[in-house]
Design a protein around this ligand. Structure first.
Ligand code: ZN
Length: 315
């Protein structure tokens, strides 16, 4: 009997399980669990990315951009963008949506790249992950898979779902419409290349839409990158969309502002407005990579202005 109990504890798949080790040095919570019907969802913070504020809207009038930052009590030159990933459990599968930054010391982003450590702290074994879904192949979404020792800990039959258009795009990526800080285009090209080199045997490419597990559907939107995709979780009348980089913090007030990382900023703005309108109409929940952690909320709309409505934390 004792043996069985011990075994059950070790093999527990309960996403809300207590951490294996306590982390007294982490005073700010880095994971938030919720349920969408029968689907378990865990938002995990990979850390933060300090980025120039100009990246928020490189087509915006600098004075209007400065006023927006001031109204948001944000510093004028640079601020910390959240970086969130999600773990989903449905139908016996454990699905990691995006993988965080990993490491790139040349870009001076030491406060991101915490995902693996935080999955460990949440009691989630990398070997239990059956699927990875990538919203796109920017380094802050695939980099965690490139950290030394991670691939060895993942299952040999791991499936990585990504839009075929995304894999194709990175064969010869176009940065002509982006406005990134120096060093970023090369780092992004290199990370995407390393990712395909290391994981090509695991790729499961889809064209427009693919059901990864019961109620877990990834859908290509394009815009941010040609293969950019969102993931909608739906079960028991509840639904939540993980929007990847379709929506940034500024995107509610200023959905037309072009983010510096968008490869087709005009299409990205159309994708953003369509998604925000849909979510405002349905009242379904939204989580996005770069909204403040845990980034679980809903969208309200007044004419052309959207409003972010965070959920009240459920303890
Ligand atoms: Zn991103």
């Amino acid at each position: 009997m004792i043996h069985n109990t011990q075994q059950e504890t070790n093999m527990s798949l309960d996403i809300t399980a207590h951490p294996v080790r306590s982390k007294p040095d982490e005073l700010v919570p880095s994971r938030y669990a919720l349920k969408v019907g029968e689907i378990d969802v865990l938002v995990v913070s990979d850390g933060v990315l300090p980025l120039p504020t100009k990246m928020l809207g490189h087509n915006a009038d600098p004075a209007i951009r400065a006023a927006w930052l001031n109204n948001m009590f944000l510093p004028p030159d640079a601020f910390d963008w959240a970086l969130n990933a999600v773990v989903v459990r449905s139908g016996g599968r454990t699905i990691l949506i995006d993988a965080g930054l990993g490491g790139d010391p040349d870009l001076h982003l030491p406060r991101a790249g915490q995902l693996v450590k935080r999955l460990d702290a949440a009691g989630i074994d990398l070997a239990s992950v059956t699927d990875v879904v990538l919203t796109h192949m920017h380094m802050d979404h695939v980099g965690g898979l490139l950290v030394e020792g991670v691939k060895e800990r993942l299952r040999p039959d791991l499936q990585i779902h990504v839009a075929a258009a995304e894999v194709k795009f990175w064969e010869s990526p176009d940065f002509s419409h982006t406005a990134m800080p120096p060093g970023f285009p090369d780092a992004l090209r290199s990370a995407a290349k390393r990712f395909v080199n290391q994981y090509h045997n695991h790729l499961r490419q889809f064209d427009e839409e693919h059901e990864v597990a019961p109620g877990v559907v990834v859908r290509r939107t394009g815009g941010h990158t040609p293969g950019h995709s969102v993931v909608r979780l739906a079960s028991g009348g509840d639904a939540l969309t993980f929007a990847g980089d379709a929506v940034f913090a500024v995107g509610f007030d200023q959905p037309d502002w072009h983010n510096g990382f968008e490869h087709d900023p005009e299409e990205a703005a159309r994708v953003r407005v369509r998604l925000l309108r849909e979510l405002a109409a349905t009242g379904e929940m939204l989580v996005a990579t770069h909204l403040p952690f845990p980034s679980v909320g809903r969208v309200a709309v007044d004419d052309d202005a959207f409003r972010w409505v965070p959920v009240f934390w459920d303890y």
